[in-house]
Design a protein around this ligand. Structure first.
Ligand code: NAD
Ligand code: UDP
Length: 336
């Protein structure tokens, strides 16, 4: 793709990954339209970008059609934390299926290239380890995670079929656990939960015995991967690409590391393991390495230090303002 200014639509751009992506795209010289319904995202995440005349925020729910002129579409709109996507599971399915359909129609009409933020959850509780793109997954279609997992799987189907039927240029990024500044406080995801608990000196809650594993990718590395995938000029039809950091860690190790880095005296306590919680997860990123030269650079210690420092600032600010962030604390999405 030639290096020229492009009009880029980022759905879910006011969320955690989306806000970092908008920042990166502006830095690359593009014009950015950020469309978000602010279900889990916030204006605060993109407030620093609003001064740039090349940045535009549109409050929009992607389950409604959207007509804007775009060269590139990053479709990130969808709550990512289990506690958020399970609040209104039917809406989660609609966002992934109807919303993705609407963004594909826009891509077809404007001849834009579209990248879908898919997920490692398409592999479900995997029987193949590490997870490679050719593995079709092990998903319970009627479990509590199904609205997200099956919604994302159907979105992948839609992208593939729009490519085959309509020649739309598509990119499918299977994103593995990503963390960093601007994750919502106490959104139930493990990094934000552990960090907030450790900083407050509360018990750090491990689900199950803590032997289950995840592989955490720092947000800057993920954004680099997403942009490189979008810009890749070869044929990626029917070729999803895993993006993540293959360094695997158990939740017990993670809890100990967060407590140490936060300088906390928190205790570790155990809670029941939620239904269908995957036992192990680690991306095989051979395809991303070979096609894109993708290589995550941020080690978990360095990434966690930056993330904990962000949460410390947020907690200090909410203490000072006396307005504790109750919408986050209850696991309910925030307001704009
Ligand atoms: P997030 O919840 O912080 O961001 C999602 C954004 O989408 C929010 O700003 C939210 O308000 C917006 N949104 C939700 N439903 C919408 C709708 N119907 N219309 C318009 N906007 C809507 O989550 P995130 O971690 O930044 O995730 C971004 C994307 O990456 C999601 O699609 C998610 O499924 C995917 N992903 C994330 C991870 C991760 O570890 N963070 C892992 C795999 C996949
Ligand atoms: N988890 C945990 N304590 C928490 C929150 C989550 O032990 O306070 C566990 C959860 O059961 C899962 C892992 O951490 O095994 C990752 O959970 P998260 O919701 O962050 O992501 P996902 O399960 O979608 O990968």
């Amino acid at each position: 793709m030639k290096k020229r200014t492009k009009r880029v639509l980022v759905t879910g751009g006011a969320g955690f990954i989306g806000s970092h992506l908008c920042e990166k795209l502006l830095a690359l010289g593009h014009e950015v339209i950020c469309a978000d319904n602010l279900f889990t995202g916030s204006r605060a995440n993109v407030a620093h970008l609003a001064v740039d005349p090349r940045f535009e925020f549109v409050r929009h729910d992607i389950i409604q059609p959207l007509l804007v002129d775009a060269d590139l579409i990053y479709n990130l709109a969808c709550p990512a934390a289990p506690v958020h996507y399970q609040l209104n599971p039917v809406k989660t399915v609609q966002t992934n299926v109807v919303g993705t359909y609407n963004m594909l129609e826009l891509a077809r009409q404007t001849r834009a290239r579209i990248l879908q933020a898919s997920t490692s959850e398409v592999y479900g509780d995997p029987e193949v380890h590490p997870q490679i793109e050719s593995y079709c997954g092990h998903v319970n279609p009627i479990g509590p995670r199904a609205c997200y997992d099956e919604g994302k799987r159907c979105a992948e189907t839609l992208l593939t079929d729009y490519h085959l039927q309509n020649g739309v240029e598509v990119r499918i990024a299977r994103i593995f656990n990503t963390y960093g500044p601007r994750m919502a406080l106490d959104d139930g995801r493990v990094v934000s939960n552990f960090a907030a608990q450790a900083l407050r000196g509360e018990d750090v809650t491990i689900c199950g015995d803590g032997s289950q594993t995840r592989s955490f990718c720092y947000v800057d590395d993920m954004v680099e991967g997403l942009v490189t995938l979008m810009e890749y000029e070869g044929d990626l039809a029917e070729k999803p690409v895993n993006l993540g950091n293959p360094a695997e860690i158990s939740m017990l190790e993670l809890a100990r590391l967060v407590i140490e880095l936060a300088g906390s005296k928190s205790r570790i306590v155990h809670r029941p393991l939620p239904a269908d919680d995957p036992r192990r997860r680690r991306p095989d990123i051979s395809r991303a390495r070979a096609l894109l030269g993708f290589e995550p650079r941020t080690e978990i210690r360095a990434g966690l230090e930056r993330t904990i420092s962000y949460f410390r600032t947020r907690l200090d600010a909410s203490d000072r303002s006396d307005l504790s962030d109750r919408s986050d604390l209850s696991g309910k999405p925030g307001q704009s």
